[in-house]
Design a protein around this ligand. Sequence first.
Ligand SMILES: Nc1ncnc2c1ncn2[C@@H]1O[C@H](COP(=O)(O)OP(=O)(O)OP(=O)(O)O)[C@@H](O)[C@H]1O
Ligand SMILES: [Mg+2]
Length: 379
Amino acid sequence: MINPVSRAAIALRERRRAPDMAQIMSAVPVPVVLLDVDNRFRFVNHAAEQFLGISASGLSQLRLRDLIPEDNPLFLLVDQVRRSGATVSDHDMSVDSPRLNKRGMTVQGASLPEEPGSVVLVLQDASAARALDRQLAFRGAARSVTGMAAVLAHEVKNPLSGIRGAAQLLETSVDTQDRELAVLIRDEADRIRALVDRMEIFGEKPITRTAVNIHRVLEHVRKLAQSGFAPHVHFQEVYDPSLPPVWGNRDQLIQVFLNLVKNAAEAVSTTEQSNPEITLMTAFQHGMRLAVPGTKTRLDVPLLVTIRDNGPGIAEDIRPHLFEPFVSTKASGSGLGLALVAKIVGDHGGLIEVNSRPGRTDFRLHLPVLNEEEADQGA
Ligand SMILES: Nc1ncnc2c1ncn2[C@@H]1O[C@H](COP(=O)(O)OP(=O)(O)OP(=O)(O)O)[C@@H](O)[C@H]1O
Ligand SMILES: [Mg+2]
């Protein structure tokens, strides 16, 4: 007979015996596959069987290229993981194959040091990657302004300069009381012109890129802020000085950070916040990769810039529309700032994420760095 003490000891030992790794993986609700050095499926979990629509035994007979055409960027990702040993993720990879149909997915790849040549892939349907979906929608939102910007530039600017000129003429010929009205017309015409100018950036023009020192850009923006709209705000800078240059357009990047810092400054300038603070941070993040909109090119976006403020956070009701044009909670806001930011970041092939709660709002930008090959080609 087993006494209660040894029964408890046996139960404990049973509990301690770890379940088989395959069992654990099968319970994981995210599709996971293990490829061997020849891209044969060595292991798939249940979620991957469902995701790919093929049973584990069926998959064990197949190679990756039987499911996905070999020119798909997924193969580059797998190679990159093998070569670098690093974890690589790609956020809007689209797969179009007879067996899988057309679908978008997020793929993360990692190497297994114990099994040279093997690569673990974690797959996720694009619809599940909601944050990124929203980002793509934001790009769309910014694009919807594109056409309008062109119309405005043509149809508004010309009559506007006529109105302005006429008001200016009137200024010289009317009495003092009416002159005020003429000045008002001129000033308001200038304001509309400034708005139209600001919208022109939404036009579809290819950007010219150079190697841009991100810290100089941030310094410039901080100085502008401190000598202009945010003299009372305490700025903190947490920079990684070893960062490579951004592959981008300096003026547009200044515009991006100026808008973000201005929003942050406006957010911390409330009566409740007695220690208004904005933090600018830069860091290097391995393995972030994105498609450049409208092209087949894929860019690594390892440069992470965060603009943090200790304001009240973003109002709940506007969050889903944050990057759409004309969304504003401010009495005199045009609501174009973040739409512009989304457009420029999108054009750079980058990504912007937002994390906000009362007391801490983070705008995180993932940007591409200078790639030696592109620099050599003078692209
Ligand atoms: N750091 C932030 N903290 C809290 N709310 C923010 C922050 N940044 C943006 N918002 C919210 O997002 C809205 C949209 O910002 P956006 O920059 O597009 O327009 P705006 O600042 O209102 O006007 P504009 O930039 O054209 O002067 C803001 O009105 C504000 O409600
Ligand atoms: Mg703004």
